[in-house]
Design a protein around this ligand. Structure first.
Ligand SMILES: [Zn+2]
Length: 284
C-alpha cells in the first residue's frame, strides 16, 4: 500500500487541498480563489491540511497538483488563464519548499484524464485503441489527449488544451489578449459576464453558439491528432446539456465529416483531490 499524498487543486474559482490515503480523502479544505495573495492563501490552506492530519496517521511523503493551465509540468510553473496574478509562477517548487516534499504538477484536464483511465479499464482500453480528448468546461477551459494509449503531453504538458484555439477570427475578445478563442464562448465566468445572468438562465441561442464553437475547436483537433472520442464534462457542459452537445455534434459532422469522432458527456468518476494526488505518481 502506498503512503498518503497531499492533493492540491488550483482553479480559477477555488483552491482545494486534501490528504489522500489509498484513494480516500482523509482531510479536506478549500477556499475561494482570491484576486491577490493567491500564493499566501494556498500556502495557508495546505498548512491547515497538514496540521489537521490525525496524530496516529502516516505522514504524507509527496504532493500531486492539478492546476488550471497553461502549466509547465517539468519546471512546475503555472500561468492559469483565470489567475492573472500568476504568470509562470513557480507553484511546484514553492510547494516543495513549503512542505519539504517532492511535488508533481499536471493540468486540470490532464489530472482528470489520468485518474479516469486508472479508474475505468473500459475507457482505458477504448482510449488505447482509438484515442481520446477529454475536455473540461468550467471556470476554466482545459483539455488533455491520449493517443495510442499514451498521454500526449507536448512540450510543457498542455497538448490538447483547446481553450485558445481560434473559432472565430473576428469574434469575442479573450482575456489572453487574442480575439475569437474558444474560451469566451464556453467558460462559465466569460459567459456569465457576457449575458449578465447565471448560466442556468442562458438562452437557447447562447447554448447553441457555445456548442457550435466547441464543435469547431474539436473538429480542428480531430483533424490534427485523429482521436475517436471527445469526452466533455464540467459545469458548463452539465448546465447546457443536450442543446449544447447536439450543436457540437452537428458542427463537428459538418466540418470533419470523415473523422467519425464521437462526442460524449462524462462525469469524473474520481473526486478532484484524489485525481490531483494521483498526479504525484505520474513523474516521468
Ligand atoms: Zn485566448
Amino acid at each position: 500500500m502506498s503512503s498518503p499524498t497531499i492533493g492540491v487543486v488550483v482553479g480559477a474559482d477555488r483552491l482545494s487541498a486534501g490528504l489522500v490515503d489509498d484513494g480516500r480523502v482523509v482531510v479536506r479544505d478549500r477556499v475561494a480563489t482570491p484576486v491577490r495573495e493567491v500564493w499566501r492563501t494556498l500556502a495557508a490552506l495546505v498548512e491547515r491540511v497538514l496540521a489537521a492530519t490525525p496524530e496516529n496517521a502516516q505522514r504524507p511523503d509527496r504532493i500531486g497538483v492539478s492546476c488550471s493551465g497553461p502549466i509547465d509540468y517539468r519546471s512546475g510553473a503555472a500561468s492559469p488563464a483565470g489567475i492573472p496574478a500568476w504568470n509562470g509562477f513557480a507553484l511546484g517548487p514553492r510547494l516543495e519548499e513549503l512542505c519539504g516534499l517532492p511535488t508533481q504538477i499536471d493540468s486540470s484536464a490532464g489530472a482528470v484524464l489520468n485518474a479516469q483511465l486508472d479508474n475505468d479499464r473500459g475507457a482505458a482500453a477504448q482510449a488505447a485503441e482509438s484515442g481520446m480528448l477529454l475536455v473540461l468546461l468550467d471556470a476554466g477551459v482545459d483539455g488533455a489527449t491520449v493517443v495510442g494509449g499514451r498521454r500526449l503531453r507536448g512540450h510543457h504538458g498542455n497538448a490538447g488544451a483547446i481553450g485558445h484555439v481560434t473559432v472565430d477570427p473576428d469574434g469575442l475578445a479573450c482575456p489572453c489578449g487574442a480575439r475569437g478563442c474558444l474560451y469566451p464562448y464556453v467558460s462559465a465566468p466569460a459567459l456569465e459576464a457576457e449575458i449578465n445572468r447565471p448560466l442556468q438562465r442562458a438562452t437557447p441561442a447562447t447554448i447553441e453558439r457555445a456548442g457550435i464553437m466547441f464543435g469547431r475547436a474539436i473538429s480542428d483537433l480531430a483533424a490534427m491528432v485523429d482521436v475517436g472520442r471527445v469526452a466533455v464534462g464540467g459545469g458548463v457542459t452539465t448546465t447546457f446539456g443536450s442543446g449544447f452537445l447536439d450543436a457540437a455534434r452537428r458542427e463537428l459532422a459538418a466540418r470533419a465529416p470523415s473523422a467519425g469522432t464521437e462526442v460524449v458527456p462524462f462525469d469524473p468518476a474520481v473526486p478532484s483531490i484524489v485525481a490531483a494526488a494521483a498526479v504525484a505518481d505520474t513523474a516521468e
